[in-house]
Write a protein of this length. Sequence first.
Lengths: 260, 395
Amino acid sequence: MKKTPLLLLLLSITTSYAWALTAEEKGLQIAQKADRLDSGWGDQKQSMEMILRNKQGQESRRQIRGRSLEVIGDGDKALSIFDSPADVKGTAFLSFTHVNEPDDQWLYLPALKRVKRIASKNKSGPFMGSEFAFEDMSSQEVDKYTYKWLRDEQLDGKDVYVIERVPVDKHSGYTRQIVWGDREIYHPLKVEFYDRKNALLKTLVLFDYKQYLGKYWRPDRMEMTNHQNGKSTTLLFTDYVFNNGFSDRDFDRNSLKRAR
Amino acid sequence: MRKGLVASAVFLLVISSPLQAVSWRGNVTVQERLFFQDPADPRQHGNNFSIAAQPEMYHEWDEGKQTFTFIPFARLDQGDNKRTHADIRELAWSYIARDYEWTVGISKVYWGVTEARHIVDIINQTDLVEELDQEDKLGQPMINLTLIRDWGNIDLFVLPGFRERTFAGVKGRPRIIPRVEKNLTSYESSQEDKHVDAAVRWSHVVGDMDIGLSWFHGTSREPILSPAEYNGEIVLAPFYQIIDQAGLDLQLTKGNWLWKLEAINLDGNYVSYRQATGGFEYTFYGIAETATDIGLVVEYLYDSRGELATTPFEDDFLTGLRLTLNDEQSTDALLGVIKDKHDDSYLISLEGSRRIGDNWKLSIQGSKFLVDGLDQSLKSFAEDDFLQVELGYYF
């Protein structure tokens, strides 16, 4: 007779403990779990086609190859190589993402064979004239945001968590983002971006996640729609390859010059 | 020597493993220059049409450890037979290992950080007939070893063979007056253009700072020009002395600021001087809620030779505005004004470009020379204000 109340008591304690998690703590826990599940991938490369669409629906396309190297305890290193449009073919962009300090970025201009260190403060600026900002393209680290769990719900038949995240960097172009994350794989399915005036600026939808190395999920397609200017950008990813054996040497200033 | 290098580079390509992935890119450009005044020398042409091509062949094998690059260049010019010229910009083999790299052949190397001029950049000779901004370079035969260490990169160069600077011909415009006559070229070294030059550079990134220290020994890329008589005409004769040049280039990247400095000490038996260019670039991002960035560039240009300098930049300020629309067509423009501190001479230049469709690019460039003073080197361009429109096809 006595055992049951104790068990009930224990149950009620643990339950109330779970309930005692604030929305902020729960949001952070989700972000940390997503980060944990996606760590250890080491290095990867992929091809990307970027389709820019203006208000009238006219399209233009860019081909960009990317390589990245996971850096434990800091942001990742990434190298992007532009294959088209033809006038920027051979241009390469190297970035070392950092969590608590500005990123290091270099641009390689093949016509002059010049490697140029560029200012990284421009996080909210567009990447290659697209609706993706530099900060949307850089590696997502837990400490870049503060979090708040809003609710759990269903999105297109999938169980999702909905969290709000607020960028820590005061130079971010966003006041906040609302993320709909898949509760099975802990990757975002939809993100809403709110501008500095807290008006809805863009919506990103991610499609067709596939699993690599039996563990890491990557989307095949992303659609970013800008609600304020009517433009949109599609990213199509192909040829994901992991375990390339990349080292820091593949992400140094010299590697930019022969990034073909 | 150069023929030997060319032959060995081609040989290396031929013996290289299966010619699987040879990739091509390049461009063909047509260009029209419009002038607004009568030329200072009546033999100089007026408006001028020109066409140029630069295909680029690239091949890599051995899992990317070995590469071969071939970039020929040619221009046909309506008015100036000296601007009608061809060059091998690159014809080189590279071997890339974990902590070193070799490049053997004709290649191009860029050193430096500033925008107004490029004084540290000495490996390649300037192809001056192309543009006055000295950013076009001739291919340089070289053996280059790069050592990659935790404390920075060391680049070692052996540079067999010297390339003479190109100058506009009799009909060329804009050009210096009197014109430069290459038949009168002379050298300090008895080996003339066969002198083997050497260079070394250390470069490193320390946090926000990119730093480079360089040293060069060999034939000066900049000739000393002296008046001479040639077939009854007063011309300038180029003389290339042997120099030692020490160089420093530095960039500090802090938030919206880029702080830049280049300095050289050039030591020769005939002429020695020091030059420095330093300043900043500050960028205002996302002007008026748009994607447009506006950058302010301010650089000070110093030359220890003062008014005797062979360049118009001896104690001048460059103030520039860079406009970047960050749009689909990558539209950008740069307006620059260089003003001499001592007189009211100005050099105003404007350049801009915009992509059209996927394969075309339209570029404009204009220069206006306002000369009021003793500056001889700028004075000869006083009647040469021009607007250049260029359309390029890229593949």
